[in-house]
Each structure stands twice: as C-alpha cells, then as structure tokens.
Write a protein that binds this ligand. Structure first.
Ligand code: PLP
Length: 514
C-alpha cells in the first residue's frame, strides 16, 4: 500500500476499466445471468488474514464481479431505464474526491469543497438556462446544493414546504384566534415542535400526478404526509393539468372537517414512463395564489433545458420554488449527483438547521458562508462538485449540449423505424431520448392480461437476444421503453437493436400466428 504501489495499481485499474468499457462489456450478456448468492458461494467466508497482492483483486474483479454486472455503461445493447452516462473526466473527479477525502459539511471543514459546489452549481444553472432566482450569484435568497438522489432532494424539499405551510397556518390561526392546525392533538407549537408536527403532518397534503415517480410517494411516506396522485389521461399527454390540480386542492380546502393543509405540488419535467412534461405555467397559476410550494422533479428531463429547442417545455419555471435535476442521468457524471435548486434557501435552512457546540465556528457565525449541513439530512458530505467541475471543464458547455442533443437524434431515428414497421407502433409521442412503443397486434384486447403476457414474453425474448429494454404502464396498457443516448452511442447501434427487436417480434408472431 505504498505510494508506488498505488500508482502502479492505479494505472492497472484504469487500463482494466477502459478495457471493460471499450471491449469486455460488449462481449458479456447485457443483463447478468448469475443465480442469487452466486458471489457468496464463490468468495471466502472470511476476509483474508494476510494482505493480498493487488493482482489477485484485479483478477477477481474480472472473474467474479463482472459476471454479476448488468452493463449500464458503453454497452451497445442497453436501452433500459434512462440510460446513464459516466464520462472518464467524471470518473477521475471521483478518484480525486476519494483521494482527498475531505468533508464539506460546513464551510470551515474545507472551504474549497463548499465553494466549488456553489460555483459549479451556478455554472450548471446557467448552462441549463435556469431562472436567475435559483442561482447563488443572484441578489436574492436562492441557491443550490448537491443531494445524493432526486429522492433525497424530495424529502428535504417536502419537509421545508411542510414547515413553511404549517408556520403560515399557525400564524393565520393565531391572528384569527382560531384553534391551531391538527385538530385535538395539536399544540401551540404546531409549526416548531416535533410532537406537534407529527400530529399536523398527517393533515398535510402533497399533490402530484399518477405519472409522478414513486420517490415522491416515498418522501411523503417518510415524512408522514398525505400524497394525492391526480389522474392524467391520453388526451392530455399524461400531464397534470391546472384545472385538475385546482379542483383537488380546493376540494381539500373546502373539507373543513378534515382540516387538510395543502403544502406542495410536485410537477415533473420528463416523467419516467413516457417523458411527459407537466405544464409548469399552469401549475404555477394554481400554486402561487394559494401559497403552495411548487417543486419540479426534472431528474431526467432537466438536463435538456440546456437546449434552446426544448426550452418551451420549461415555461413557467421562473415561478417554481425548487427544481431538481440528476446530473448522474444525462450530464456525464456517475451516480450520485442530484442538483437541487431553490428560489429561497430560508425554508430549507429553517427546517434542517441544528448546530451543536462542536460544530460552532466563527465563519458560520459570521453569516458570510454557506454551511451545506443545513441543506441536507445527514452531516458528512463528499466533495461531489469535483466530478461536475471536471466534466464542465473537459467537455465545455458546447460538449455537454452536443451530448444531450445526440440522444434525441438517435431516439428520432428509432421512432421513425417503429412508426414505419409492420410489427410495432408508437405508444406515445417520442420525447427527448425516449421512445415508447408496443407490439402491433389484434390477437387479444389491448390492456388485457393476455396483452400484458404478450409484451412480457417479447421482452424476455429480446433480452435473450441481448437487447435490454424495460416496460412500464401507460393508460392501462403495458408499453415498451427504448431509451437512447449513451456516451458515443451510434446510430448503427440503435438500428442494430431495432433490427433485433423487429426480428424477435416477426419470428415470434409468425410462429404463434399472431
Ligand atoms: N424522478 C424521475 C422523473 C425519474 O425518472 C427518476 C429515475 O429514473 C427518479 C426521480 C429517481 O431518481 P433518484 O434515483 O435520483 O432518486
């Protein structure tokens, strides 16, 4: 474990990684075929008593770990989920992060760690053409923080929104001389005391749509909030419309017996199933006069805000309270980097600040610095801004835009192939780098269990031919999702995958006389 050994092993591991990404991952089954507990059965039951040479570890990586991987990066056959992208500069950023091993929970813990995060998130915000109010360099109280995932971001945002709504309701009740929120169990501390919050939170409501990612439901579950997933339809392109939202909120407000407290709305820019965009301006028209927090889950779609041609999909963003984009989806950095922007940092700090004696310091008390511990759930935090900084410098804004745009070109090609094929049909308008499609058949009623079974069988056959896509459900029917846009993914790879899918469908249909 000397420095020389580190450098030697480091070079070996970089070679191993580049070999994996350019060659090996293309030769292995796209989805791992190992049986459960395969690794337990092939590794020793206890750690080695004596140190082992690095070469042993490296060969086990190839022989024991690789077979248990699904190949997300650089594989020519991975079109599942939302295709992630981890570029080499970002991988080096991770290496430096681990090598420096600094903590950035408050400014003084490592000023560069905090300040690079502030600066790179402003760079990213400008690249994504976010409204000025979300940037730290603006004159207002806005700012941004790196969270581990969009799910963690949702938890802190919904907590802040809830506390803000509770405080407002408590203040309004006090000034009207009415009992405080939460019914019989609530105390005069309903907006600040933990016990009182617990009572109040079960009356607090978060609104989203039936297309919203499950992380929002989970965040509500964790926080003890009521989550109302409002219906969408094919007619509205599976988006949450303003009138549906207004009706739901107003019905809750009118239900005095239940004492509901609407706290937040979550709109999605790029839903997981079909990459639909909720109309943020309509949602803002509903939220602003009613004082609800409007959060935008742009985990996937947010990256596309850097493209002028996609900008209209974000109309209304300037009236939203928070926006979260996963750089680890489309912006060339590996998991975990969810960039969370807020128009006003104060509700977040109010909800999450606690400073024990051992964390007090002059810099924090001067009020001149950012202490990110108050913007997140835990205390410790990695130097994650490094990987984003490396990416933005090595690719430049133009390189990032080109990468994001390239996936859309590929998706358009795939959509054209589907639209003109004899075996498939589009299941929704193609959006960004995603194409939703279905088998074209008249064999069983669409949306029936038999129809589900047909599509599941097709997916299994596609996987057996080493093309990995996943399913979802849209408008009651199972649909197939084809997500494009890997690093250096080529149109030939997309066409090849299409030809395999088409052959699978054709052969199978012929054999079963579909
Ligand atoms: N939100 C949307 C719209 C997503 O598509 C996804 C994942 O694909 C998530 C949230 C989950 O993101 P994370 O894993 O960062 O919590």
């Amino acid at each position: 474990t000397s420095s020389e050994d580190f450098v030697r092993s480091g070079v070996a591991i970089l070679r191993w990684l580049t070999n994996y990404r350019s060659r090996t991952c293309r030769q292995l089954p796209i989805v791992s075929t190992v049986a459960p507990n395969y690794l337990r059965d092939s590794l020793p039951a206890t750690a080695p008593e004596e140190p082992e040479p690095f070469s042993n570890i490296l060969s086990d990586l190839s022989e024991k770990i690789l077979p248990g991987l699904t190949h997300w990066e650089n594989s020519a056959s991975f079109f599942a989920y939302f295709k992630p992208h981890s570029s080499y500069p970002a991988v080096l950023g991770e290496l430096v992060c681990a090598g420096l091993n600094v903590m950035g929970f408050d400014w003084i813990a490592s000023p560069a760690c905090t300040e690079l995060e502030v600066v790179t998130l402003d760079w990213l915000g400008k690249l994504l053409q976010l409204p000025e109010r979300f940037l730290s360099c603006s004159a207002g109280p806005g700012g941004a923080v790196i969270q581990g995932s969009a799910g963690e971001a949702a938890i802190v945002i919904l907590l802040a929104a809830t506390r803000r709504a509770q405080s407002r309701r408590a203040a309004a009740s006090r000034s009207a001389g009415a009992p405080l929120l939460g019914g019989a169990g609530a105390t005069a501390d309903a907006c600040t005391g933990a016990a009182a919050d617990d009572v109040g939170r079960s009356r607090c409501v978060v609104y989203c749509s039936d297309q919203t990612h499950a992380i929002i439901k989970k965040a509500c579950m964790v926080l003890g909030l009521r989550c109302r997933a409002l219906p969408t339809s094919v007619e509205t392109g599976f988006t949450l419309r303003g009138e549906v939202l207004a009706a739901a909120i107003d019905a809750d407000l009118a239900d005095l017996a239940e004492n509901w407290l609407p706290v937040a709305v979550v709109g999605t820019s790029g839903t997981t199933t079909s990459c639909a965009f909720d109309p943020l301006d309509e949602l803002a028209d509903v939220c602003t006069p009613r004082g609800l927090w409007l959060h935008v889950d742009a985990a996937y779609g947010g990256a596309y805000a850097c493209l002028d041609e996609v900008r209209p999909l974000f109309a209304g963003l300037e009236r939203c309270d928070s926006f979260c984009v996963n750089a680890h989806k489309k912006l060339l950095v590996p998991f975990d980097l969810a960039a969370l922007y807020v128009a006003d940092r104060r509700p977040l700090l109010h909800a999450l600040s606690l400073t024990p004696e051992y964390l007090r310091n002059d810099a924090s008390e001067s009020g001149a610095v950012v202490d990110y511990e108050h913007w997140q759930l835990g205390l410790g935090r990695r130097f994650r801004a490094l990987k984003l900084w490396f990416v933005m410098r090595r690719f430049g804004a133009s390189g990032v835009r080109a990468h994001v745009r390239a996936g859309m070109v590929l998706a358009r090609r795939f959509a054209d192939l589907v639209a003109t094929s004899e075996v498939f049909e589009l299941a929704a308008p193609p959006s960004l780098s995603l194409v939703c499609f279905r088998l074209m058949h008249a064999r069983v009623p669409h949306g029936s269990e038999d129809d589900d079974a047909l599509h599941m069988e097709f997916l299994a056959r596609a996987k057996a031919r080493n093309v990995f896509i996943i399913r979802s459900r849209l408008g009651g029917r199972l649909i197939l999702r084809f997500a494009c846009g890997g690093i250096e993914q080529t149109v030939q790879e997309v066409e090849r995958a299409f030809e395999i899918l088409r052959a699978v469908a054709r052969d199978w249909m012929a054999s079963t006389m579909m």
